[in-house]
Write a protein that binds this ligand. Structure first.
Ligand SMILES: NC(=O)c1ccc[n+]([C@@H]2O[C@H](COP(=O)([O-])OP(=O)(O)OC[C@H]3O[C@@H](n4cnc5c(N)ncnc54)[C@H](OP(=O)(O)O)[C@@H]3O)[C@@H](O)[C@H]2O)c1
Length: 209
């Protein structure tokens, strides 16, 4: 698969590393520092190139949006039309200082992104914390973490779910994009547990019976 990545920070490079190892081709984009973007691609290897956000969209079967919430409007403007594209967002609506959420329960980062990218087939999933992605194993002892994904386009959701499985998580369909209103605050709770309560590396596990 060809994956265009908008935002090559912790998540863009962390997820990209897995996908390159699985043989996907990547194009990284959107940095205030061109040399940094180039270094990220070089570290990943021959499966990765760099381009502008618009070039990454043209190149891609799936576009990963992995920028801070405060940058979504600028990033999507630079991306141009995403009509018909699968847009995999891992953006949570965090305030820049992570003290709270910019939106929540009445709308979501995912829904705001969908409004800014008309016709895009938006799927949201957070996968794992960047520190967990960057670890030798993504498991918690022998447990596989659960990643919830939301979206309104079934085929797009299946495409994103298959990319998520490649990072060794259990994927659970959490319904339509509207449910991101509830998933995003739940992920904020994990952030509080990890960084404010100092619990270290944490993840979700959904139990069912
Ligand atoms: N970190 C996690 O564990 C985690 C887990 C799940 C979801 N998320 C979500 O994933 C998204 C990305 O998180 P991250 O940790 O990967 O962030 P990050 O490391 O700060 O990466 C964001 C990238 O966006 C680029 N960027 C370009 N223009 C920007 C601008 N005007 N303002 C800010 N950044 C700009 C930055 O590039 P330059 O700095 O080179 O300009 C940077 O590489 C966030 O929405 C976050 O909530 C994060």
């Amino acid at each position: 698969m060809k994956i265009g990545i908008i935002g090559a920070g912790n998540m863009g490079s962390g997820l990209g590393k897995f996908w390159a190892q699985k043989g996907h081709q990547l194009m990284f984009s959107y940095s205030r520092n061109a040399a940094k973007l180039q270094r990220v691609a070089e570290a990943i290897g021959s499966n990765a190139t760099v381009g502008t956000p618009a070039e990454a969209v043209q190149f891609a079967d799936v576009v990963l949006l992995s920028v801070p919430y405060s940058a979504i409007a600028d990033a999507l403007k630079a991306a141009g039309s995403l009509y018909g594209k699968i847009l995999f967002s891992c953006v949570n609506a965090l305030l820049p200082d992570m003290s709270g959420m910019a939106v929540g329960t009445t709308t979501s980062a995912a829904e705001e992104i969908a409004k800014l990218a008309p016709g895009a087939r938006v799927v949201e999933a957070f996968s794992l914390f960047a520190e967990v992605l960057d670890s030798p194993s993504q498991r918690f002892d022998d447990q596989i973490a659960t990643t919830l994904y939301t979206g309104d386009d079934e085929a797009a959701k299946q495409g994103v779910a298959s990319l998520l499985r490649e990072i060794d998580v259990e994927v659970v369909d959490a319904g339509g994009l509207k449910n991101s209103r509830f998933v995003e605050p739940a992920v904020m709770l994990l952030i509080q547990l990890a960084y404010v309560q100092n619990m270290g590396q944490v993840g979700f596990k959904l139990l069912k019976r």
